[in-house]
Ligand binder design. Structure first.
Ligand code: GLV
Ligand code: MG
Length: 325
């Protein structure tokens, strides 16, 4: 290990993160009773310009008056390039800061963006005498944000998570797609001719680099990486596959843009019984190995060593966190 110790963000469950438009208060009650680990009430892209002011009022009222249970509550403010953003921060933190756990900053581009919001939130918290400190979640969804993802990840002690905003990222990088997440048949290769003369099409994951890049920046700075939206809410299999490939890369959760996606995210982002059993067997086998003075042994015909202990511990710790939630 490096001599540099990575300080970890507060350990919150973040398997599912439900997006709820601030302009749709009729959805709040159902959201509050859902199984989502985190809810973000949206002031940004799901809210039309004419509804921004009312949405802010709805969110403040709902944070103060609804029983959100033990859920982690976040508000997605408008971008720093808009004139809505300062009032989003001032009004929501001043009037509902006690119940607010996180602020989600969209389209964050540089570390200075984070600094600006941090400065505002710090002043409001001090002025109001809040005891609890509000954390930040950042959506990495522009080419600039991806270029500066490491500096953004380091920019504030409030930082807790990085989210891959695939829809805006596609727009920002001018990717040739009009869907939100998922795959694109044009991102594929043709194999050479097989023996029977046929050729197979191999679809690829066009978001792989971006997601992997963000996961590294998040983990190197003790933050939770979270995969963003999957727009086709009538395709649970597609959602499950997208969530699973994000989990394999190290993401802790995925957004739900529809209530039906919450259970899918919670399921995919929780280690399965099979994974937990294997992880426990690895830990037992390594304990036996240590007693016998060995650093590496085989389990079910595969090599395991001290790195296997660390992998297994991650899984077992996650299972414990879920059980204790
Ligand atoms: C989320 O905000 C996205 O743009 O995907
Ligand atoms: Mg976006």
């Amino acid at each position: 290990m490096s001599f540099h110790i990575i300080e970890q963000a507060p350990a919150r469950l973040n398997r599912s993160e439900l997006a709820v438009p601030g302009s749709a208060p009729q959805m709040f009650e159902k959201a509050s009773q859902s199984d989502a680990d985190v809810i973000f009430l949206d002031l940004e892209d799901a809210v039309a310009p004419d509804d921004k002011v009312q949405a802010r009022k709805n969110i403040i009222k709902a944070l103060n008056e609804l029983d959100w249970g033990k859920k982690t509550m976040s508000v997605r403010i408008n971008g720093l390039d808009t004139h809505y953003m300062y009032r989003d921060v001032v009004d929501v933190v001043e009037q509902a800061g006690e119940r607010l756990d996180l602020i989600m900053i969209p389209k964050v581009g540089t570390a200075a963006d984070v600094y600006a919001v941090d400065m505002m939130v710090t002043q409001i918290e001090d002025a109001k005498g809040y005891k609890k400190r509000i954390g930040f979640e950042h959506i990495i969804e522009t080419a600039l944000g991806m270029q500066n993802v490491t500096e953004i990840a380091k920019a504030s002690k409030r930082n807790e998570s990085l989210h891959f905003g695939v829809a805006d990222y596609a727009a920002s990088t001018r990717a040739r797609t009009t869907i939100i997440g998922g795959v694109n048949p044009d991102y594929s290769v043709l194999t050479d001719r097989l023996e029977d003369g046929s050729r197979a099409v191999h679809w690829g994951d066009m978001w792989h680099y971006a997601l992997a890049r963000m996961v590294v920046a998040a983990r190197a700075n003790g933050l939770r990486p979270v995969d963003g939206p999957f727009g086709d809410f009538s395709d649970p299999d597609g959602y499950r596959a997208a969530a699973a490939r994000a989990a394999v890369l190290g993401c802790e959760g995925k957004w739900a843009i529809h209530p039906s996606q919450i259970a899918l995210a919670n399921e995919v982002m929780s280690p399965s019984e099979k994974e937990i059993t294997r992880a426990k067997r690895i830990l037992e086998a390594m304990e036996e190995a240590a007693k016998a003075g060995k650093g590496a042994v085989s389990l079910d015909g595969r090599l395991i060593d001290y790195a296997s202990i660390r992998q297994a511990e991650v899984l077992v710790a996650k299972a414990r966190q879920i059980a204790g939630a």
